[in-house]
Design a protein around this ligand. Structure first.
Ligand SMILES: [Mn+2]
Length: 334
């Protein structure tokens, strides 16, 4: 964002506005943290700001301040769409293509509001008047911090806003272990802790809220883990009946894909999770180093994401999907 753009946005925000803030579908810690940080920030500036999530967010994020005010589009499409129509400004955070909101795409596409995008994924679409897009950042939350800095409004930051920002930085950085974490990330986090963030508590709220069944499901996933010949790629499968057996709840499979990547020598890991209701297999891909799972997911699994983390889907059966994956991996030079 240029200095001039920040001035223009400050001018826009000088008068109270109705502002919708949108995360992507199936929002994660960064999507919910960034939208709720922006929600508290804008309301403190005197705006009528509200967050609309395309669908439910996982339980492990329900502790986030403001989460109970989040409107869920899929639960009440007509009334939420009516609210969206009244918005003067729409912030879209942690995604860069309207189809990432699922069915809500059609409602968003016909709004007259001015759009502002803040996002760290590759290849942004151009629907926004102001696009703050940078793949160098590990999280949208880190960008929200810079956005507030760019507007010169550090005076508005408080413990609540800082806590929401901290949540996205922690979750999108794998608790500060991904290469996207910089010294500047840590400087921002130092400021957030100075603002009163209870960092240990946040970590515990996010990661120590698992159900017993979800830990057993993790055990099943690890039993299903396969290391491919050559030892550089691994994958996990979870069928719908396995999910049912451990009373799967939304969020229970979060992060399991990373266990493949934690094997010494593995540079590429995948997880395939059956979804009987949607009639498909959902895939998540993770890599270390240069292997671009965004391209892999786009080319072969109708998905996308980042260089080292991406998602996709398959409409074939689990065994066909795995067969295809194993075949593709055998042709890679990892
Ligand atoms: Mn993110």
């Amino acid at each position: 964002m240029t200095e001039l753009e920040y001035q223009e946005i400050n001018a826009l925000l000088a008068v109270p506005k109705k502002i919708a803030i949108i995360p992507h579908r199936s929002p994660d810690g960064d999507a919910m943290g960034s939208t709720l940080a922006m929600y508290h920030f804008l309301n403190k500036l005197g705006h009528d700001a509200f967050v609309v999530a395309p669908n439910e967010f996982p339980d492990f994020l329900a502790w986030l301040p403001g989460s109970s005010s989040v409107l869920i589009f899929e639960k009440n499409k007509e009334s939420v769409a009516a609210e969206l129509e009244k918005a003067d400004i729409v912030f879209t955070l942690d995604f860069n293509a309207l189809h990432r909101t699922g069915e809500m795409e059609h409602t968003l596409a016909r709004l007259k509001a001015l759009f502002i995008m803040i996002d760290h994924h590759q290849w942004p679409n151009d629907y926004a008047k102001y696009t703050y897009s940078d793949t160098n950042f590990g999280s949208t939350c880190e960008m929200v911090y810079h956005f507030i800095s760019g507007l010169n409004r550090h005076d508005v930051l408080d413990t609540t806003i800082a806590t929401c920002i901290y949540c996205g930085i922690v979750t999108d950085s794998g608790s500060f272990r991904f290469p996207s974490v910089t010294s500047n990330t840590h400087r921002i986090v130092a400021h957030l802790i100075d603002l009163g963030v209870q960092n240990g508590q946040v970590h515990s709220d996010i990661y120590d809220s698992n159900s017993f069944e979800s830990r057993q499901l993790l055990g099943k996933a690890l039993v299903n883990l396969v290391l491919l010949p050559g030892g550089k790629a691994a994958y996990i499968t979870l069928t719908q009946s396995e999910l049912d057996q451990y009373h799967y709840m939304k969020g229970d499979t979060e992060g399991i894909v990373n266990y493949g990547l934690s094997i010494k020598g593995v540079q590429f890991a995948a997880i395939f999770i059956e979804n009987r209701d949607e009639g498909l297999i959902k895939a998540s891909f993770r890599s270390k180093g240069d292997f671009d799972v965004n391209v892999f997911a786009r080319n072969h699994f109708n998905g996308g994401g980042h260089v080292n983390a991406a998602g996709g889907k398959s409409h074939e059966t689990m065994s066909e999907t795995v067969h295809k994956f194993v075949g593709l991996v055998s042709q890679l030079s990892l």
